[in-house]
Design a protein. Structure first.
Ligand code: PMV
Length: 335
């Protein structure tokens, strides 16, 4: 039985960080080491339904039509436990999640996934939370998910202190930039699941990479510059900062022991294509996350040309173009 009050469906979109976070200072509470700033996309949403099943023996989690297993299931069940603890309830839940993006391919499916799960789960368990509290809650599933509660640009604060103070201080909020509406051309060079989860790759980087501290220190300056460039709608400044921030993050991983390398030959070909575009006078800037895919920031008027250049650079890759997208929302019963 699907009760109106104990069932909810939410839709959330992925976001791509222009200033990345890479490293947590509390893995239990999922608190990042540093602030991050992202753009929520208008493509590849995740749709998640949570309904409470008081009679069921345990939670049931379905991911793109198949039962979730192993760590993927455990992360969802752990999140449901958190919801139950907050709500003072015990009912198991049936969770059905559908991603328009390939799961685990570095396309932020954990961001849209936990944003949708936080919103739908809080509604199903009867938790009345404002957006800040929902963002803080989503962070417990995946730090990047805190930002997908919001549309457009969002900053996720690392917050001060440790323990409860850190948990309270770390949440996302929107960053107004009405004059900035770029395109993001996404090159899916390898839609397969990644070899190393971002969680363990981050841990290894923080624990072993001699470059991590230096990069993390550079992020604060990158963030300040980006925050000044965004409201000006200055694509070249935003793109330059985002590109160097992402390359720096990957450098920290390459220096981890053993190295974490998400960049593939196709990634590097696309990066070369981006350099050629710039040499030809097309403003285009790349960013990469915990996977081989490349996202290229450009003017909407140049998006078709950028997409062609990306296809030439990595024949066979899937290319799609995103713009600023909406924040996570609950679906009404009529939908
Ligand atoms: O929070 P996670 O586990 O989705 O990790 C996100 C890591 C990066 O995408 C590389 C950076 C970021 O800030 O989104």
């Amino acid at each position: 039985r699907t009760d109106r009050h104990t069932s909810a469906t939410a839709v959330a979109h992925p976001n791509i960080a222009l200033i990345k976070y890479w490293g947590k200072r509390d893995e239990q509470l999922m608190v990042p080491c540093a602030d991050s700033l992202s753009m929520t996309l208008d493509v590849l949403p995740t749709t998640t339904t949570v309904h409470l099943a008081p009679e069921a023996p345990a939670d049931s989690v379905t991911l793109d039509g198949s039962p979730a297993r192993g760590e993927a299931r455990q992360r969802v069940v752990g999140f449901l436990d958190l919801l139950r603890e907050r709500a003072g309830r015990a009912e198991p839940a049936v969770v059905d999640t559908r991603n328009a993006a390939p799961t685990g391919a570095g396309l932020a499916s954990s961001a849209s996934g936990f944003a949708a799960l936080a919103l739908a789960g809080a509604a199903a368990y009867g938790l009345a939370l404002d957006r800040t509290a929902l963002s803080r809650l989503a962070r417990r599933g995946s730090v990047s998910a805190a930002r997908s509660l919001f549309g457009g640009f969002a900053i996720c604060h690392a917050g001060p202190g440790s323990g409860e103070a850190a948990d309270l201080g770390s949440y996302a909020e929107p960053v107004a930039a009405p004059a900035f509406d770029p395109a993001l051309v996404i090159a899916l060079v390898d839609p397969g699941a990644k070899a190393v989860s971002s969680r363990s790759a981050m841990r290894r980087t923080v624990d072993t990479s001699p470059l991590h501290r230096a990069w993390a220190a550079s992020c604060a300056a990158d963030l300040a510059e980006l925050r000044a460039a965004l409201p000006r709608g200055d694509l070249d400044a935003v793109g330059e900062i985002a590109e160097r921030n992402a390359l720096g993050m990957h450098a920290t991983m390459l220096a981890a022991r053993p190295a974490v390398r998400y960049l593939s030959p196709a990634t590097v070909s696309v990066l070369d294509g981006v350099l050629r575009l710039r040499a030809d006078g097309v403003p285009a800037y790349a960013t990469m996350d915990a996977g081989p895919n490349v996202k290229v920031l450009c003017h909407p008027a140049d998006a078709a040309r950028v997409a062609d250049a990306v296809r030439d650079a990595a024949p066979g890759c899937t290319v799609l173009t995103a713009r600023r997208g909406p924040g996570a929302r609950l679906r009404t019963e009529a939908e």
